[in-house]
Design a protein around this ligand. Structure first.
Ligand code: SF4
Length: 234
């Protein structure tokens, strides 16, 4: 075989190096297929695999600018409560009071949520409270699908870490996101649904406390839903 020039040798070395970086260590001779022996060296590190605590989720979130909701926010509203809660409440997104304080459900609707939790013979600090999106949508509009898609990995990770058995989805957007069903809240509420990406957890959709402030008659319906949750909690 003719000797390789310096440039040809360089190209051959590069070629072998590329295969090695792809996890192929057993390079074959002419006419044979190289055998893949390991992918360990080149599998990209999944940032989510490093996230094991709620503090890790906050670090991963950072000064998040993954969607347009970052433009008008004052604070990212991460979530609050018992990091080992068996029961979690998830709303759709922060309002003005929540945006100002960086805490979920602290305005009038939040005060009503606290009363609902206490009526269940629980303290607010015993449950975990979060939202589908962590930044306030302008003028309290509903979060858009791409905003939910961008923010959902953080809520999913929070749920994975907290491991609640039951989740109350407050309002249409939380109910649709957590159950994977697109029906109206009136048809979703009143019964448990599996969490769309983890059927070992159950979701009870119900009306959002802000809706109850406008329609006090619906409080009775929400209480019926909460009684079912309370019965499961024991
Ligand atoms: S809503 Fe979520 S994804 Fe969008 S900027 Fe805020 S934290 Fe990031």
């Amino acid at each position: 075989m003719a000797e390789l020039t310096e440039q040809e040798q360089f190209l051959v070395n590069e070629y072998f190096q590329l295969w090695k970086e792809a996890g192929v260590e057993d390079l074959a001779g002419p006419g044979q297929r190289p055998q893949r022996t390991s992918r360990k060296k080149t599998r990209p590190t999944d940032p989510q695999r490093q996230v094991r605590t709620l503090e890790d989720v906050q670090s991963w979130l950072g000064d998040c600018r993954r969607c347009r909701l970052c433009e008008g926010r004052h604070n990212i509203v991460f979530g609050t409560g018992n990091p080992q809660a068996k029961l979690m409440f998830v709303g759709e997104g922060p309002g003005a009071d929540e945006d100002a304080r960086g805490e979920p459900f602290v305005g009038r609707a939040g005060q009503l949520l606290t009363k609902i939790i206490e009526a269940m013979k629980l303290q607010r600090g015993e449950v975990y409270i979060a939202n589908v999106v962590k930044c306030r949508p302008p003028k309290n509009r509903a979060p858009l699908p791409d905003e939910i898609d961008n923010c959902l990995p953080f809520l999913r990770k929070q749920i994975e870490i907290i491991q609640p058995t039951w989740i109350v989805a407050l309002g249409l957007y939380a109910a649709n996101t957590l159950t994977g069903h697109s029906g109206p809240i009136s048809s979703l509420r009143g019964r448990f649904h599996p969490l769309s990406w983890d059927p070992s957890r159950s979701v009870m959709p119900t009306y959002h406390p802000a809706y109850l402030l406008r329609n006090p008659a619906a409080k009775k319906i929400v209480w019926e839903d909460m009684k079912q949750v309370k019965a499961k909690l024991g």
